[in-house]
Design a protein around this ligand. Structure first.
Ligand SMILES: [Zn+2]
Ligand SMILES: [Zn+2]
Length: 898
């Protein structure tokens, strides 16, 4: 009973409490609502200010060019007549044909609207209902549904901006609203159908109809239209030609489109039923009937040179920078009625194309049977414009073939002047007076590193010789002194290289020797080298000057960035060094042609798979790469790139006056320096040279490094006290610890191995047995030479091991009675014919003899074979050898006696 009494009380109490809570909740909700509204009001004002200030400038999307559909025209400068002449028109492309709205069947338009944007004709560019649903789903963590209208999708395709950020989303909404005001629904639909990607490399509905059904757009059936239109949402998933799975996906999507069209009343039940039943026959299917077999596959593209194609690429890239997507930019070029002013020089392009069309100019075949390929770029040094491009060897096979001029390739040593010597000269690490050691830098995996393109190592080299013979070790030495980071910065910030990656800083010798991750393009290389021809000013190269729209307004003003990349002293020195390379004996001699001032550098990659040449005259700079499509060894000692450079540039410069480079040594100091130490030439120095060095970097001290060493020519080492006099030879060694040299030269070689040629190996075997000479870890002698041997090396050699004891006393010859000339004869040598000769008293004189030669004090018979050998001569082969050894590769060098 109590229980029954208390229960209502409880209920009552709880009812009261519930009412209170409800009231409380309502109050809270009301308060929140007020706060919310206030906040929303504030937020709205802030938001609109954001829209007005931040988004406004980006809100307008211009598509006028699409509506115009005019061909663009490329002009070149006709210098003779001082006017811009039409080079060619650009229209159409292989994978896109534009269609007018009128040519698109109504059912295709309806299919699109039904599946992508049902309320297209009602909204103003943005479908608020589905946008709200999408926002709600996003907030609830569900999969957000695609809320984009056709207008929004079109804008995405026009701008190429597809990343999803709130800012982008808001911007897109405002852009769509603005766009919808500007263009009619027909125009929007037409642009959409022409722009959007329908999978399988088909851009636009026309290409899609051709790709999937081999039909004109106007001939598509309802079923076919639905199949194509369904693709756009996910061109990979719904591609009917890609796989069985994706064809099934396409089928489901197509049925979905047809269902919607029927649901919306846009196709009748009969049409719906027929369309569902229709058998889809795709291009490539067994029962696909090739109806257009006799039709030429329209290439459409009018682009007929690598130069024009490069212009096209560059203009597209410039439009992309302005916010267009790549496909939109390409369409603009085909249809925008643009006027493009390019930098082509028809005379030069003609020369390049003639040389490159002729296969015999590149007559090399790889082991796999591939033909050698090549690319070349020429820049006019006065305008900094690219004036001619060759993208590959042989006749053109079609539009937009792979361009070896624009793509990146390994360049080998051609990089050294840019990545090593210029920045090192700029930083004062080296000057024209420098001497650098051509000797392994270190031991890498039990081998000497780096190796040179020529065999062995040549010891102390002038910077001139180091570049002329393209020594790798010297480049690495200078590079390490410069630091890899400084080299990288110079290349990217001063010389405009964009293809380098940070791995190139750490990789051993990548920057110093040209083993770059991505390689470089001939365009980048020509631009960088043209800096030398322009007194150190780098200018970004270009293929076009300006692009104007059909009204004559400038759309792209392609002004060139330009900056001082290096000091004039660097340019002067570099040019002197690179001139040397093209002289006889230099690696670039094959590129040289008479009657023109020029400088340049070769490049060969390690496995000899690539050959490079970059060179410049006062007029033009050209860079050339050669290699096989599948990298393989180019089996020739020639440099095909240098030869191609010669063939093109000699014609390019026909009729041009030979002038000098404009760079000068003004403000530099003229010094005569020792070729072995780089110090001021002293009385003991052998070869010297006179060079210009920047003020403040001139050597202050005089060379004192040359010291005489008494050498035993037979033992190939410093003579012992017992080495015979006739085997002794004075040689001039270099003492790097001499006071001035130690202070001014500042370099001591640390030998890793003493390295010998096979000939040396034999001759020095005695010393090796004595353990005085070190060998390579694998026992292979590597060739190294010093024109004047380092004293430190000579000292580690020890002394001659062949003459360690005093020479034995040779007992005097006994008198030979048959030899009338024997000095040991009791009465001295005598004339056998002399009747007073005591010998004649004992019998017949042996063979009748000639009269004595009066000039021979000892008496001899000219013309007669001496019966006994002449006194033993010292072994001259050793002397010659040592002479070679000490003067290798420098035959011109004379030893001066102090
Ligand atoms: Zn010297
Ligand atoms: Zn000796």
């Amino acid at each position: 009973m109590e229980g029954s009494r208390t229960a209502p009380a409880k209920r009552k109490k709880s009812r009261i409490t519930f009412g209170g809570i409800l009231l409380g909740i309502l109050k809270v909700i009301f308060t929140l609502l007020v706060i919310g509204l206030l906040t929303a009001g504030l937020f709205y004002r802030t938001f609109m200010r954001y829209v007005d200030t931040v988004l406004e400038p980006e809100m307008d999307v211009d598509a006028s060019a699409y509506v115009l559909k005019q061909s663009s025209v490329i002009y070149y400068e006709d210098k003779e007549n001082q006017r811009w002449a039409e080079l060619q028109k650009i229209h159409g492309s292989e994978n896109r044909t534009l269609v007018d709205y009128e040519d698109i069947p109504d059912h295709v338009v309806k299919a699109l609207i039904s599946i992508e944007d049902q309320r297209f004709y009602e909204h103003k560019g943005v479908d608020w209902k589905s946008t709200a649903a999408s926002v709600r789903d996003t907030l609830l963590g569900r999969n957000a549904r695609g809320a984009s209208t056709i207008t929004q999708q079109l804008i995405k395709n026009l701008t190429g901006e597809k990343q999803v950020t709130i800012r982008r989303k808001i911007l897109e909404i405002f852009r769509a609203l603005r766009f919808h005001e500007k263009y009619s629904e027909k125009e929007i639909l037409e642009m959409y159908f022409n722009l959007v990607y329908f999978g399988h490399n088909a851009y636009g509905i026309s290409a899609a109809a051709e790709t999937y059904f081999g039909k004109e757009v106007g001939d598509l059936t309802i079923a076919e239209g639905a199949a194509i239109v369904g693709i756009t949402q996910n061109p990979w998933q719904y591609d009917p030609l890609r796989s069985d799975w994706s064809r099934e996906q396409n089928r489901n999507r197509q049925l979905n489109v047809l269902y919607k069209m029927n649901e919306l009343g846009w196709i009748s039940d009969k049409q719906y039923a027929d369309a569902k039943k229709e058998k889809m026959v795709f291009v490539g299917d067994a029962d696909y009937v090739e109806t257009k077999a006799d039709e030429e596959s329209a290439s459409g593209s009018e682009l007929d040179s690598f130069f024009v194609e490069q212009v096209f690429r560059d203009v597209v890239a410039a439009l992309q920078e302005k916010g267009y997507s790549r496909t939109a930019a390409q369409d603009l070029l085909y249809t925008g009625g643009y006027q493009i002013y390019c930098t082509l020089d028809p005379r030069l392009q003609e020369i390049v194309e003639r040389v490159y069309a002729d296969r015999s100019n590149f007559d090399y075949t790889s082991e796999k049977g591939e033909k050698l390929q090549s690319g070349m770029t020429i820049i006019d040094n006065r305008t900094h414009n690219i004036v001619a491009i060759a993208g590959r060897v042989g006749e053109r096979q079609g539009a937009f073939e792979w361009s070896y001029a624009a793509s990146t390739s390994p360049c080998g040593s051609a990089i050294k002047p840019l990545s090593v010597y210029s920045p090192a000269l700029e930083a004062g690490v080296v000057t024209a007076a420098s001497v650098i050691d051509d000797y392994p830098v270190h031991k890498l995996n039990d081998s000497a590193w780096p190796v040179n393109a020529y065999s062995g190592y040549r010891g102390l080299l002038t910077i001139q010789d180091a570049l002329r013979i393209s020594s790798n070790t010297t480049a690495v030495r200078v590079f390490e002194q410069l630091t890899p980071a400084a080299s990288y910065t110079f290349m990217t910030e001063k010389l405009g290289f964009t293809s380098l990656v940070s791995d190139d800083i750490s990789a051993a010798g990548a920057l110093a020797l040209g083993g770059l991750t991505n390689g470089v393009s001939t365009i980048e290389m020509a631009a960088a080298y043209s800096t030398f021809a322009n007194n150190g000013v780098y200018t970004r190269p270009r293929t076009f000057v300006e692009v104007r729209d059909s009204y004559g307004n400038v759309v792209i003003d392609n002004k060139q960035d330009s900056w001082v990349a290096m000091k004039e002293s660097t340019v002067y020195t570099m040019t002197e060094l690179l001139r040397n390379v093209m002289k006889s004996g230099g690696t670039g001699a094959a590129a040289a042609f008479p009657g023109m001032t020029m400088a340049g550098k070769t490049g060969t990659t390690n496995s000899r798979r690539d050959r490079y040449f970059v060179g410049y005259t006062p007029y033009y700079t050209a860079a050339c790469w050669c290699g096989y499509p599948t990298p393989a060894r180019i089996n020739t000692n020639d440099n095909p790139a240098a030869i191609a450079w010669n063939k093109v540039m000699s014609q390019v410069h026909e009729g041009l006056e030979d002038v000098d480079f404009t760079t000068s040594a003004e403000g530099m100091v003229r010094v005569t320096v020792c070729n072995k130490t780089g110090l001021l030439a002293g009385s003991g120095c052998g070869a010297t040279r006179t060079v210009y060095v920047p003020q403040g970097l001139a050597p202050a001290m005089t060379c004192d490094a040359h010291v005489p060493v008494d050498f035993c020519t037979e033992g190939g080492a410093p003579a012992t006290e017992f080495c015979p006099e006739e085997l002794r030879d004075t040689h001039w060694a270099i003492d790097l610890s001499a006071p001035n040299t130690a202070a001014g030269f500042g370099y001591t070689r640390e030998h890793i191995w003493r390295s010998l040629s096979s000939e040396q190996y034999e001759r020095f075997s005695a010393m090796m047995e004595a353990g005085v000479i070190d060998l390579m870890p694998d026992g292979t002698p590597i060739y190294a030479s010093d024109s004047e041997y380092l004293l430190s090396d000579i000292e580690t050699m020890g002394t001659c091991v062949l003459h360690l004891t005093p020479p034995e006393e040779v007992p005097p010859d006994p008198f030979d009675p048959l030899n009338p000339l024997d000095p040991n004869a009791p009465f001295g040598p005598y004339d056998p014919a002399d009747p007073n000769n005591p010998v004649n008293w004992f019998g017949d004189p042996t063979p009748p003899l000639q009269p004595i030669d009066p000039n021979q004090p000892g008496g001899t018979q000219p013309g007669a074979e001496p019966e006994t050998p002449a006194p033993q001569q010292p072994d001259n082969s050793n002397a010659e050898y040592l002479d070679d050894y000490l003067h290798l590769n420098e035959p011109e060098q004379q030893q001066q006696q102090p």
